[in-house]
Design a binder for this molecule. Structure first.
Ligand code: UDP
Length: 328
């Protein structure tokens, strides 16, 4: 059996392709290389360069390989960009996902793993936030992903497909073997930006908002290491293949860290005291998002191995150095 990984030339999809291959699976990556990289796709995987919303292409891939599962990572993921350009998020994340689901149904691909997001919760009234709370995303990114969760529920009920919707909290770090990491040239995510500041690849860092109702005024997030995250996907795939029910799970450690705390860890681990500028709030940011992290452990038996921000930052620093040398 072969797994189709959309967005497999990107950060999380690339780690998933590695993990699947490490587990002895066959992998076809479908990626339009808009933000991913050809070199990020492991040579043992087959890369098809194209758009996951291209139904004819997806039909052809499914027919040409024994695809029994789709792991759908390809998406736009930057909250402020979604606020500025919502329609591109509804096209890429929502409308094209609808086409992909139609292909899955038409070709009887029964297992679907979806990269969802904690942004579906919006500004939750309780933290940690559990899967059962009412969903109220506060930005187009979160809404564009929530609509796919709804489509999955409806398609599962109508057509017998089974899915795992995994709601990612803040993904960071890199492959512990140093094969891959977060490689986007336009970094917006906190740990990546902080690591670049520490290595002198950018001039310092802006903290977006220090007047939130949190312990130190900066936003609280739950940072999860990327190979721990893809392990959850492998478990979800195994669960679905074994006939398990569709499920929706938070992917986080259940531990909240503030932006200022993360910056301190990056300074400590790197040994560099880079400039930190306190700025106003960024559009679309909730104050706090911490995972209620029990369901994934009980339903899938997930047991993270890298729940340590020092280690996550060390991996991110190592990868950033490697990436910089590769470019130089
Ligand atoms: N953040 C920041 N400076 C940066 C990048 C991010 O202060 O250069 C903050 C951001 O406002 C949010 C937190 O870090 O409060 C996490 O943002 P990120 O973009 O990493 O992930 P998100 O939570 O938006 O998915």
């Amino acid at each position: 059996m072969t797994v189709l990984v959309t967005g497999g030339a990107g950060y999380i999809g690339g780690h998933m392709a590695l993990a699947l291959l490490d587990a002895g699976e066959e992998v076809v990556v479908l990626d339009n290389l808009s933000t991913g990289f050809r070199w990020a796709v492991p040579p043992e995987a087959k890369l098809v360069v194209g758009d996951f919303g291209d139904a004819a292409l997806v039909d052809q891939i499914i027919a040409g390989h024994k695809i029994d599962a789709i792991a759908h990572f390809a998406a736009k993921i930057v909250v402020p960009e979604s606020v500025a350009d919502p329609l591109s998020y509804y096209l890429n994340n929502t409308a094209k996902a609808r086409n992909l689901l139609e292909c899955a149904v038409r070709n009887e691909v029964r297992h679907f793993i979806f990269s969802s997001t904690a942004a579906v919760y919006g500004e939750p009234s309780v933290n940690p936030v559990f899967e059962t709370v009412p969903l109220a995303p506060i930005n187009p990114y979160g809404r564009s992903k929530l609509m796919v969760e709804w489509m999955l529920q409806d398609v599962a009920a109508a057509h017998g497909l089974r899915f795992a919707a995994l709601r990612y909290f803040n993904v960071a770090g890199a492959d512990p073997q140093g094969r891959l990491g977060q490689s986007s040239p336009v970094a917006t995510h906190l740990i990546k930006v902080a690591v670049q500041a520490a290595l002198g690849h950018r001039a310092g860092l802006d903290v977006f908002g220090t007047d939130y109702p949190t312990k130190d005024g900066s936003c609280i997030r739950d940072y999860i290491q990327v190979t721990d995250l893809v392990d959850a996907h492998l478990l979800a795939l195994r669960h679905l293949r074994a006939g398990g029910e569709s499920l929706t799970c938070n992917c986080g450690y259940g531990r909240g860290l503030s932006v200022l705390e993360v910056i301190d860890v990056v300074k400590k681990v790197s040994g560099v005291d880079f400039e930190v500028r306190r700025k106003g709030r960024r559009a679309g940011d909730p104050a706090s998002l911490v995972a209620g992290a029990e369901r994934i452990r009980t339903e899938l038996g997930w047991s993270p191995k890298h729940d340590d921000l020092n280690e996550i930052v060390r991996q991110a620093l190592d990868w950033e150095r490697r990436l910089h040398n590769r470019k130089a």
